[in-house]
Write a protein that binds this ligand. Structure first.
Ligand SMILES: C[S@@+](CC[C@H](N)C(=O)[O-])C[C@H]1O[C@@H](n2cnc3c(N)ncnc32)[C@H](O)[C@@H]1O
Length: 404
């Protein structure tokens, strides 16, 4: 097909029509993501297990990438094929207009899941689909990579295969900030969810006194400065034949109007690990977020929260979970000490605490609401509310030296 004829078809069938997409979230974050999407003025979405589904034009899909903080990835729905035999699958896939969505030079990967299908060999399904797409696009090789890396998601249920194209590329919790390699930080999507639950607007005083890699601080700094989470990174849809850079530039220019430089930081990060603090300070500087947040090396138990301007504010905590063998008991001991410290010194503060859901008993004295989600196969609680407390509790032996 001649390039102008293909362009016309892309304009008519992909750009000019409302499309359906599925925003994947961590299980448990669906409702939060729907609220976030509605607040951003994105097309109405319905909540489903594992994400939200919406329909709109491609620029809205692009804007969702720029704006959504709790989303993991976004899949453009392409269509569905019914097949009980491999020949059928390949034949029907070959009649699908892949050229409207993929460039011939793209490297193509597959993510296949099947449930109650006669075809259940995931590798063979991917192979047949790949052959069909290559034939349709007229590819010589299996993708030289010049059209970027694209991933087709296939979900088979009772012989019906739903095909989607990953619009995001790298998972969206990777914000694209310049970072140091270090300990695995809390996912940005979880930090964003906790900040949303506690009602952080970007204007309040916020303490992150066990900051580690700084996910809370970085996420809060983006919010405080009005920077959308997708500002720093590329997306897979940049390599779609339907992508128009001017549309993206327009979305970015509009988003840039909401950004601000702050006169004085209102986010205070600290950790007893000096190297972690140094690394976070550098990340803030390199990403020009230094006006929003300041970092200091300090022990949580030595902080005087009342000394911070704007107190009482919000305190966010992601204490060690003690996943290493033998560390869980120490981590729970540290958590009890944190809870006692919060009740003693943080009365009137709003708190967001991320911890294994199974630790609810330790956190119970704070009488916080709990939002549960699944993260890395573990049930995690986003505990949030205002600290009542004010009374002195027994804290146990030297918590600051607890090594979890
Ligand atoms: C699970 S990590 C936090 C991860 C962080 N949310 C991130 O995004 O990377 C827990 C952190 O608590 C810090 N920590 C443990 N006990 C502390 C204490 N008494 N005072 C300050 N920091 C402490 C550790 O050094 C570690 O960086």
């Amino acid at each position: 097909m001649s390039p102008p004829a293909l362009l016309r078809r892309i304009r008519r069938h992909v750009i000019g029509r409302p499309r359906r997409w599925f925003v994947v979230t961590a299980p448990g974050l669906e409702t939060l993501c729907e609220e976030e999407s509605a607040a951003a003025g994105l097309p109405p979405a319905i909540v489903l297990p594992g994400g939200i589904e919406a329909e709109g034009r491609l620029p809205e899909l692009y804007r969702a990438h720029l704006a959504l903080r709790t989303a993991t990835r976004i899949l453009l729905r392409l269509g569905a094929i019914r097949a009980g035999r491999f020949e059928e699958l390949e034949r029907r896939a070959a009649s699908f207009p892949w050229e409207l969505y993929l460039k011939p030079e793209s490297a193509i990967g597959f993510s296949v899941a099947v449930h109650r299908c006669r075809l259940h060999h995931r590798g063979a399904i991917a192979e047949r689909l790949h052959a069909a797409i290559r034939g349709r696009l007229g590819c010589v090789a299996a993708g030289a990579g010049g059209g970027g890396r694209q991933r087709v998601f296939v979900r088979g249920e009772e012989d019906r295969f739903v095909l989607s194209l990953d619009a995001s590329g790298e998972p969206l919790h990777r914000r694209g900030l310049k970072r140091r390699a270090g300990k695995a930080p809390l996912r940005a999507t979880l930090a964003a969810a906790a900040l949303r639950l506690i009602g952080y607007t970007g204007a309040e005083l916020l303490l992150d006194p066990m900051c580690g890699g700084g996910s809370f601080t970085l996420e809060a700094a983006l919010l405080a400065k009005g920077i959308p989470p997708g500002w720093f990174r590329p997306f897979a849809f940049f390599d779609w034949p339907a992508f128009r850079p001017p549309t993206w530039e327009h979305l970015r220019r509009t988003a840039a109007r909401g950004m601000r430089t702050l006169e004085a930081p209102r986010i205070f990060a600290s950790d007893r690990d000096a190297a972690a603090c140094r690394a976070l300070a550098e990340i803030l500087e390199e990403n020009r977020l230094g006006d929003a947040a300041r970092v200091a090396c300090a022990d949580f138990f030595a902080l005087d929260p009342a000394a911070f301007p704007g107190a009482p504010g919000i305190v966010v905590l992601n204490p060690p979970w003690g996943r290493r063998l033998g560390a869980a008991a120490a981590a729970r001991g540290l958590l009890r000490a944190i809870v006692a410290q919060l009740r003693e010194r943080y009365a009137g503060w709003r708190v967001a605490l991320v911890a294994p859901a199974a630790w609810a008993a330790e956190i119970a004295p704070l009488r916080l609401a709990r939002h549960e989600l699944v993260h890395g196969g573990l049930r995690v609680g986003l505990f949030h509310g205002t600290v009542a407390g004010g009374e002195r509790l027994s804290r146990g032996p030297s918590p600051s030296r607890t090594d979890a």
